[in-house]
Write a protein that binds this ligand. Structure first.
Ligand code: FAD
Length: 385
């Protein structure tokens, strides 16, 4: 067993680190507090081969591994956490599902501009009555000629106020097998947006409403039975969210470490107080453990898709660790940590969201427990006999 990155991975890590340091570190604080998606960063990343890292070369991507994308997102996140959202959208999110299952025509119309940093895609899965129980979703897709009519609504969609295209989970018929997905451009007739409001992390979301919205056949992504395929792709999204949790925890930790070495109280640097040293020791333990779980899930990914169990373990651990570390780092920095003078309070807010998004901690633990007992535990009430 080897716990080191390969020579190639190390060189890639050095290159992304230099790119992030030279282009993104300055302005990171301002970007963290700007609600809008940093489209200028997306363009810059496209020009530097940092979009589509996990997308095959024949589809216009970089043909890299999931591990390469993990290296890139963490290096960027540690210099500019908001810019890491661009790597997430460009290599981990809905873009992967589109690349894996889209037709050549869909890739030409939607994937190409995404890879050029000219477009933004969002995924509409959650509904007011279908959150953790996502397979209860009610947005319907009914046949209309060769196409479909969509009726329903979505909530909590990240990037919804700005996205150019939406990958929307829809129901063709009953049950899990009745679920598939469609591509809906922002200007589609029958798509309306509710009032945008911010998440705790600072970015806005707006409810989506579909009323008799026509989807032509060329925009159907997955038909009935598509749900399992989508969730396999969704495990990649989870890895991006896992990697950012640990990276933001590390950024908060490094900021607090510097602070503890320079800030003096009672005529001594904070780092000399044992009550704080033990906080750093625990932070370090969690950072190391989380990083190894993340690497295990990424390295073992088969055809680029990581296993559900290893992803669940890594995500649940890293989400909790990243947020806990950010909170401890904030505490060590006192009023400075709680203020907007550094990125630590942003790390604290952002890492909180990933404990809910992309499979909450509780739902992941349910999944992990199924692996422990090698048994499926239905979360639904027992059926009347
Ligand atoms: C920052 C952020 C970004 C998001 N981005 C998107 C997006 O881009 N697209 C999208 O479609 N959705 C998005 N979501 C929505 C997200 O997927 C849902 O919030 C999530 O699935 C939980 O659903 P819910 O909010 O309805 O909570 P609920 O399902 O109502 O759950 C409430 C609480 O109960 C717990 N719970 C529920 N069922 C069980 C159970 N069986 N066992 C134990 N505990 C349980 C949950 O873990 C949670 O703590 C985002 C959410 C956040 C916070």
């Amino acid at each position: 067993m080897n716990f080191e990155l390969t020579e190639e991975q190390r060189l890639f890590q050095d290159a992304v680190r230099a790119f992030a340091r030279d282009n993104l570190a300055e302005g990171a604080l301002e970007r963290a507090h700007q609600g809008e998606y940093p489209r200028d960063v997306a363009k810059l990343m496209a020009e530097n081969g940092l979009l589509g890292i996990t997308i095959p070369e024949e589809d216009g991507g970089q043909g890299g591994s999931l591990m390469d994308a993990v290296i890139a997102i963490q290096e960027v996140a540690m210099h500019c956490p908001r810019s890491a959202d661009v790597i997430q959208a460009g290599s981990f999110g809905a873009i992967r599902v589109l690349a894996a299952y889209g037709t050549p025509d869909q890739k030409e119309r939607y994937l190409k501009p995404l890879l050029a940093g000219e477009s933004l895609i969002a995924v509409g899965m959650t509904e007011p009555d279908a959150g953790s129980a996502v397979t209860d979703l009610r947005t319907t897709a009914t046949p209309d000629g060769d196409g479909l009519r969509i009726n329903g609504q979505k909530c909590f969609t990240s990037h919804s106020p700005e996205a150019d295209v939406f990958l929307v989970y829809v129901r063709y018929g009953p049950g899990v097998d009745g679920i598939g997905s469609v591509l809906i451009p922002r200007d589609a007739e029958g798509l309306e947006f509710g009032q945008a409001t911010p998440f705790l992390g600072g970015d806005d979301w707006a409810p989506l409403f579909f009323t008799d919205l026509y989807v032509p056949p060329e925009n159907i992504l997955l038909r009935e039975g598509g749900f399992k395929k989508q969730i396999a792709g969704f495990n990649v999204e989870r890895i991006g969210n896992t990697a950012r949790s640990i990276a933001l925890g590390r950024l908060a930790f490094e900021t607090a470490r510097e602070h503890a070495l320079t800030r003096k109280q009672f005529d001594r640097p904070l780092a000399e107080f044992q009550g704080l040293q033990w906080k750093f020791a625990e932070m370090q333990m969690k950072l190391d453990a989380g990083q190894l779980l993340l690497y295990r899930a990424a390295v073992n990914a088969d055809n680029g898709f990581p296993s559900a169990q290893e992803t669940a373990i890594a995500k649940a651990f890293c989400n909790e660790a990243g947020h806990w570390i950010s909170s401890e780092a904030l505490q060590v920095m006192g009023g400075t940590g709680y203020s907007q003078e550094t990125l630590v309070e942003y790390c604290f807010r952002r890492t909180r969201g990933w404990m809910i998004a992309g499979g909450s901690i509780e739902i992941l633990k349910n999944r992990i427990a199924e692996g422990v007992f090698d048994k499926r535990f239905s979360q639904r009430p027992p059926r009347a006999k």
